[in-house]
Ligand binder design. Structure first.
Ligand SMILES: O=c1nc2n(C[C@H](O)[C@H](O)[C@H](O)CO)c3cc(O)ccc3cc-2c(=O)[nH]1
Ligand SMILES: C[C@H]1O[C@@H](n2cnc3c(N)ncnc32)[C@H](O)[C@@H]1O
Ligand code: SF4
Length: 324
């Protein structure tokens, strides 16, 4: 049998780029009030063009409005409305919009196949550097989000950001913290090992991750994380094709959501689908699509989500999933 590597055919909707945090590695954010929000009408037009193609996942990725701001309610409602719209059109939403209250998370669960939040790194040192102006990146707050997602039975994607000033052991400690939460709640489906890459919008000179170190990090993550968790790597940020193959050899098994534009790293485009298929085939790997939630979590989801999932599983695009 051929060895399989999965990816999720995705499209990213950005409710707003405005963000009250100022992570120095971010190429995505604009200042509060400096962005017009994506309208539901525009979203509907975009989604209509994607219908009846292979795109299954709508990734809702957003900048954040301060929890105490008078605009927070409208921000959250807009995210909910976008998820509901995507779901009503047959897509499977996956929301990653930063820190949420318990009630907000509980509400979004009803319209998301899975949700996500990167832990980044748990060392407090980074609060004095890259996260000096980012209250949302407080390690305790991010671990609490994972805890709440577990309590709420939300299938969850998380991960670590590499090359933002952490030491090697810091990454291991962060992975250990994720492993502990998985052992408690069994809700972490994937962990992304995301190498920080410089983009053209970055204002400050910060370090990047030496990409040749990634295969070793994958191997170490495979040792730390339970086997129930799939390791995901972003192929467009791994610019050396040999390094990508080495990461697979070391235990990475998923390439994440592949959408036409990587909103977080717009300067790094993906290989063509065929290019990726051929590269993987050179080492005997087969590239297969997957849905944004794994089958063993289906019974955690609302009936409208289960209905959308069964439609996708019966569609010809996703037959390969049945054999994973
Ligand atoms: O195309 C992207 N998808 C990103 N995704 C989507 C991801 O690759 C998968 O599509 C989903 O996790 C579904 O499994 C993220 C999801 C998260 O929960 C947290 C962080 C990311 C980051 C990215 C990203 O930088 N680019
Ligand atoms: C959505 C996720 O994207 C990641 N992220 C933010 N900026 C960058 C960058 N320049 N390079 C790689 N990843 C980044 C963070 O980990 C965030 O949580
Ligand atoms: S990485 Fe997320 S939280 Fe940080 S500034 Fe960018 S959009 Fe805001």
């Amino acid at each position: 049998m051929t060895k399989k590597i999965t990816y999720s055919p995705a499209y990213t909707l950005v409710p707003t780029y405005e963000c009250f945090n100022r992570c120095t590695y971010c190429n995505f954010r604009v200042d509060p009030h400096q962005d017009s929000w994506l309208t539901l009408e525009k979203s509907r037009t975009i989604l209509q063009k994607l219908q009846y193609k292979s795109v299954c996942e709508i990734l809702i990725l957003s900048g954040e409005v301060h929890p105490q701001s008078s605009r927070r309610k409208a921000w959250f409602q807009h995210i909910y409305d976008l998820c509901q719209l995507a779901l009503s059109m047959g897509f499977l939403p996956h929301t990653n919009v930063g820190i949420l209250s318990f009630a907000e998370m509980e509400t979004l669960k009803t319209v998301n196949a899975s949700m996500g939040l990167m832990v980044e790194q748990i060392t407090p040192k980074l609060l004095e550097t890259v996260h000096g102006h980012s209250p949302s990146k407080l390690p305790s707050l991010r671990l609490q989000q994972l805890e709440w997602a577990g309590q709420l039975k939300i299938p969850f994607t998380t991960g670590i950001l590499l090359g933002i000033g952490e030491k090697e052991e810091d990454s291991w400690h962060t992975l250990e913290a994720i492993a502990e939460l998985e052992q408690k709640w069994h809700h972490i489906q994937e962990v992304i090992l995301q190498p920080h890459q410089l983009g053209s919008k970055q204002k400050l000179e910060v370090s990047t991750f030496p990409i040749d170190k990634l295969p070793k990090m994958v191997a170490k993550a495979r040792e730390i994380l339970p086997n129930s968790i799939t390791i995901q790597i972003p192929p467009n940020l791994i610019t050396d094709p040999r390094c990508l193959l080495d990461c697979l050899e070391a235990g990475a098994r998923d390439l994440g959501g592949i959408s036409p534009k990587d909103e977080v790293n717009p300067d790094y485009s993906h290989l063509s689908h065929q290019g990726l298929v051929d590269l993987l085939a050179s080492k005997g790997w087969e590239l297969v699509p997957r849905l944004p939630v794994y089958p063993h979590y289906y019974n955690w989801l609302s009936s409208s989500l289960q209905k959308a999932l069964s439609t996708w599983n019966n569609s010809s695009h996703f037959q390969p999933l049945l054999s994973i």
